[in-house]
Design a protein around this ligand. Structure first.
Ligand SMILES: [Zn+2]
Length: 650
């Protein structure tokens, strides 16, 4: 996709380097990645920034405990975030660390300018200091004498410090928030910030004496102090662009979105906006505060042992399933609840049944009816309803991106998947193929179906980039999604007839009940291990798993039933003759209570072909037919399209 000279800048917060990356970090970062990918498809030149916050008391303390230099400590720790973003397929364009020279240089430049302009002054200060929060509180802020934020004990401290004249911007800020609806979203959060601004806004203490905290950026005008972590950290959003002049020239300011958790909204809305005002830059266009995740209804906490570890989740479910789930499950801005059960539910219904099945059946029909070649549509002006539905969908999705309504975007895309599945059902290619007139029509139907899939793949791409690329591969389209861009879906017919589809693996295999049980058991075990409640459970939970090699030892094949009759003196057994291509097998199956022999003739089933022969009621059985069975109800396993005889099933 060529850049049209339009620029787009969005950020996640920089994560506290001491934190162990959890699902909350992944959530914000994936949300930003989705927007970055979409805007690139739209032709924007995008800078998507994330990074780590590396100064402050807690980092120093952790380094001291490990007996290493703080710089060595953060050099090592920040990697955990970088590695996780690589695994999650995050397309950030830059990664800022607050210990980098480029960052420190701009922080010093801004401090010096504000000091020269009289925006920073020195004063004696007495207040209640919360060490974990690294924040001063006034007497009236305290709740029962403790920190209002973390509820811990605070210390009374008196010292000289430097202050940023933040209070003078109170009225300007209130007005700004009131007049610009998009500035703080969602609206409920905006009202919270306005409520905060109803109280008098004081000046901001922006220094810490070196003797108390040596790990920070020294004030350029007084080396006996380092910069308060928040004042340092917030500047990350502009320090990647260079000097203040370069920032103004870059076209990447103001930021289109700062995505952040609701707990740090006030710091952004108040500290950052007034800092920008004092520097002479516009505030960011949009601060979007998202909610928090609980796990199975409980707050994530190390002591409960329910911290959802993203690396483990990736191993269990794959990157795209998690990316999809997090964006689909909860409206952005609201709190959400994470549960593995809900995740499995989404994988099976939305991903396997709807999207995966659509791709699968389309490719299979293309193979059977058109020798894998996407046909030229014979009636390019037909099917206006289908095309309109897609046009509307594409427009709606576009508008929803402005308000970061991820769940609604996905709902809309899944509506299009539905529409396509229904189109196939309604047109019935399997009937059309039987007559000459039908075959004329069939070419149009199959072309349109493939074009629907191409559009769906492009719309799915920001959320599930790998899966979308796989869809394109199976459709035989060699041009990458990035190159195709959104322009190619604005008018119907971007797909080239004559393209050869490439049948491939299932996009999202269903997680069957047995497997789901095992996954959930493994999750429970892992959580118990996290909370150190017993290591021996581990083996119990995983001993039933088989390796892929073990599984592949079972020779499953497709076979056609060519004869069926009841086994004498048995209510339950049928004797079948199953043609598996190379030979005909005699098989005894316990399905007589659910199937009449006549209705089975001609049916394709799955046969376990290398089982040791066994005798049932005196009749030899050379294999086993697969079926689902529950409470006397038996359903033979089969295929939605005819695969042919003797084909290996895996
Ligand atoms: Zn605190």
């Amino acid at each position: 996709m060529k850049s049209l000279g339009k620029k787009f800048f969005l950020t996640t917060p920089i994560y506290y380097v001491n934190d162990v990356p959890h699902i909350g970090h992944a959530y914000t970062t994936i949300a930003a990645d989705v927007v970055a990918r979409y805007r690139r498809l739209e032709g924007y030149e995008v800078i998507f920034l994330t990074g780590t916050d590396e100064h402050g008391q807690k980092v120093l303390q952790a380094a001291r405990e490990l007996k290493v230099e703080p710089q060595e400590h953060v050099d090592k720790l920040h990697q955990r975030f970088k590695e996780l973003w690589l695994r999650f397929n995050i397309s950030n364009d830059d990664f800022i660390r607050t210990t980098e020279e480029r960052h420190k240089a701009l922080v010093c430049d801004i401090l010096q300018r504000l000091h020269d302009k009289g925006e920073i002054y020195k004063d004696s200060y007495e207040g209640w200091y919360c060490m974990p929060c690294e924040r001063f509180w006034t007497e009236k802020d305290l709740i029962q004498g403790n920190c209002p934020e973390c509820k811990r004990k605070v210390d009374k401290i008196q010292e000289h410090n430097y202050f940023f004249k933040m209070g003078q911007y109170q009225d300007w800020l209130k007005n700004y928030i009131r007049t610009d609806e998009r500035f703080i979203q969602p609206v409920s959060r905006r009202n919270e910030v306005l409520g905060f601004l109803d109280k008098p806004l004081g000046d901001l203490c922006i220094s810490r004496p070196v003797e108390r905290l040596p790990w920070g950026i020294p004030l350029p005008f007084d080396k006996k102090y380092v910069t308060y972590v928040w004042f340092d950290a917030l500047i990350n959003y502009i320090s990647i662009h260079g000097s203040l002049n370069e920032i103004r020239r870059s076209g990447f300011w103001p930021a289109n979105h700062h995505l952040l958790g609701k707990d740090i909204l006030t710091t952004h809305a108040v500290y950052w906006s007034t800092m920008l005002k004092a520097i002479g830059l516009d505030p960011a266009l949009n601060l979007f505060a998202h909610g928090w995740w609980t796990v199975n209804g409980q707050k994530m906490s190390k002591s409960i042992g329910n911290v959802v570890e993203p690396n483990r989740l990736i191993e269990q479910f794959g990157v795209d399933a998690i990316r999809y789930f997090l964006m689909r499950e909860v409206p952005f801005g609201m709190d959400g609840d994470f549960s593995h059960k809900a995740l499995i539910g989404r994988v099976n219904s939305d991903l396997a049944n709807n999207l995966g099945n659509l791709l699968n059946r389309t490719i299979n029909m293309m193979k059977r009816y058109h020798d894998c070649i996407i046909p030229e549509p014979t009636e390019p002006n037909e099917d206006a309803d289908l095309k309109n539905e897609f046009q509307k969908g594409i427009d709606t999705v576009h508008n929803l991106y402005d308000s970061l309504a991820y769940n609604k975007i996905l709902e809309r895309v899944w509506h299009l998947i539905d529409v396509t599945n229904k189109y196939i059902d309604h047109q019935g290619p399997w009937t059309l193929v039987k007559s000459e007139d039908g075959k004329e029509r069939l070419a149009t139907v199959m072309y349109n179906t493939a074009e629907c899939l191409r559009i769906i793949a492009i719309l799915v791409y920001p959320f599930m980039p790998k899966s979308a690329e796989t869809m394109m591969q199976q459709l035989g389209i060699e041009i990458s999604i990035k190159e195709q861009g959104l322009e190619t879906i604005k008018t119907w017919g971007g797909l080239k007839p004559g393209t050869r589809v490439q049948p491939g693996n299932q996009l999202f295999p269903r997680i069957e009940d047995k497997e789901a049980e095992k996954l959930l058991a493994a999750v429970e075990v892992a959580e118990k291990l996290d909370s150190k409640k017993g290591a021996e459970v581990m083996e119990e939970g995983t001993s039933e798993q088989v390796s892929i090699d073990e599984f592949m030892k079972i020779d499953l094949r497709t076979g056609k039933i060519i004869a069926a009759e009841k086994v004498e003196k048995s209510k339950k057994l049928l004797q079948l003759k199953v043609d598996i291509g190379s030979e005909v097998r005699q098989v005894v199956a316990g399905i007589a209570e659910c199937y009449e022999p006549e209705q089975l003739i001609g049916r394709t089933v799955i046969l376990a072909a290398n089982l040791k022969p066994a005798k049932l009621m005196g009749v030899e059985s050379q294999g086993m037919v697969l079926a689902a069975s529950e409470g006397g109800n038996i359903t033979l396993a089969g295929f939605d399209l005819e695969p042919g005889k003797g084909i290996r099933v895996r």
